[in-house]
Design a protein around this ligand. Structure first.
Ligand code: BGC
Length: 443
């Protein structure tokens, strides 16, 4: 059990020690893009405080920590010239984690496209496959003597959908639908290429996966029909134009080496050229399957024999981000994914945003978070009876830069006072420490 973060969201030091610009550095400078005109220039100042932060993780008993490398910190132009100071930062972080008995899990891409590569088309450019592969080679060469676990890409659903369809995230474009399928294909190839490069240049036997997302589904009842309806619905494909939030278009090619039939028909006129060679690259074998899971839809079998969503009642439990609280997503989502893909599963993210405040006693009483995590972890325990669940990363270790929402959403176990950078353990952090200590037996 561990916790997760990502580079842009916590590091700060966005223009220090030779780091290049990424699309978020640029996006945040533009007025009206981010809540309150905020940016990630300082964020949680983790770049300077990482030793204290690791000490905090140790005190919490975290066994594992998932973080991401900012591509433009190691390669300021995204390719070519290496920024040794940037590489050193991650080496020191990794050493610190290991010295404190915490297993590092490294994500290569958590939305940090170097701006110089974006200028060349970013994921639209077929050469992005090579760029990402070369970056993975550097990661393997410099970090894999110490890091064994790697996730290539975080949530392609989000950074293509929010970045290029709805324009809520960097780079903030409303691209033609065709472009997004072109990008998706390149992203999947880049994942395959990175997997190859990590293996080829890895300094030990590495465990490699990816970390997609998508809303899960769960059945309205325990009946075989409803369960089948939920399963079918989880792997079905949405209508255009906002198509990216789904499981099958991204994960089927990686695991099975082919795109789902339903999508090949539904999306036909928007698809790029897809060759057998592409599919071979995309399906380069991976060792583990990561999935970020936050919630799911309740599904039942309709009278017409088709799955239908059960409407949520008024006042349904919701997080501060207005996301529904549906612990069943962690039970059925995990079972369905395992049934289909048959890979050891990691929950690479799961958590809740709450309206946390520091109370009069200087503590943060986030009972909603503890309740949320307890419910979700109990559900995961149920799934673990049937699926090979290898790990769970709570999102997030500490409050951080929540993308276009700036600092207005707090997902952390630890409260961050952005004026002083003081870290204050929320009640849920103490609770999580006890859960880890008891290996989940007190849930
Ligand atoms: C992302 C995180 C994000 C979290 C909460 C995921 O979509 O990977 O970066 O902070 O969910 O929104």
């Amino acid at each position: 059990m561990g916790a997760a973060t990502s580079s842009i969201q916590i590091e700060g030091a966005s223009a220090e020690d030779g780091k290049g610009e990424n699309i978020w550095d640029v996006y945040a400078k533009e007025e009206g893009r981010i809540h309150g005109g905020q940016n990630a220039v300082t964020a949680c100042d983790h770049y300077h405080r990482f030793r204290d932060d690791v000490a905090m993780m140790k005190e919490m008993g975290l066994k594992a920590y998932r973080f991401s490398v900012d591509w433009s910190r190691g390669l300021p132009e995204g390719r070519g010239r290496v920024n040794e100071k940037g590489v050193r930062f991650y080496q020191e972080l990794i050493d610190e984690l290991l010295a404190n008995g915490i297993e590092p899990y490294l994500t290569l891409y958590h939305w940090e496209m170097p701006y110089e590569l974006y200028k060349c088309g970013g994921w639209m450019n077929p050469r992005s496959v090579q760029w990402f592969g070369d970056y993975a080679k550097l990661v393997a060469e410099r970090f894999s003597d110490r890091v064994k676990y790697f996730f290539t890409i975080n949530e392609p659903q989000c950074f293509t959908g929010l970045g290029y369809l709805t324009a809520e995230h960097a780079p903030g474009l409303k691209a033609p639908v065709r472009d997004t399928f072109e990008m998706a294909h390149n992203i999947l190839k880049a994942h395959g290429r990175a997997t190859q490069m990590l293996r080829e240049y890895g300094k030990q036997k590495l465990t490699i996966g990816l970390a997609p997302t998508a809303g899960m589904t769960y059945p309205a009842s325990g009946s075989a029909e409803d369960i089948e309806a939920a399963r079918e619905s989880l792997f079905s494909l949405p209508d255009l134009p906002v198509w990216t939030w789904n499981v099958a278009w991204w994960s089927d090619p990686v695991i099975f080496g082919k795109y789902p039939e339903e999508g090949l028909v539904k999306y036909e006129k928007y698809l790029p050229k897809i060759t057998d060679e592409d599919m071979k690259l995309i399906s380069e074998p991976i060792d583990i399957y990561g999935q970020n899971i936050y919630n799911g839809k309740c599904i039942r079998m309709g009278k017409d024999g088709k799955p239908e969503e059960v409407k949520r009642f008024d006042g349904f439990p919701r997080t501060a981000a207005n996301w529904p609280v549906t612990p069943e997503a962690l039970e059925y989502g995990v079972k369905f994914l395992y049934e289909r893909y048959r890979k050891p599963i990691y929950i690479t993210e799961n958590g809740i945003s709450c309206a946390d405040v520091v109370s009069i006693d200087n503590k943060v009483h986030d009972s909603n978070r503890t309740d949320f995590l307890a419910r979700y972890l109990r559900a995961l325990k149920k799934a673990a009876g049937e699926a090979d669940v290898r790990g769970y990363f709570q999102w997030s270790l500490m409050d951080n830069f929540e993308w276009n929402k700036g600092y207005s959403e707090r997902f952390g176990l630890v409260y961050v006072d952005y004026q002083t950078q003081e870290r204050i353990w929320k009640d849920s952090a103490f609770w999580y420490r006890d859960v880890i200590k008891n290996n989940g037996n007190n849930l």
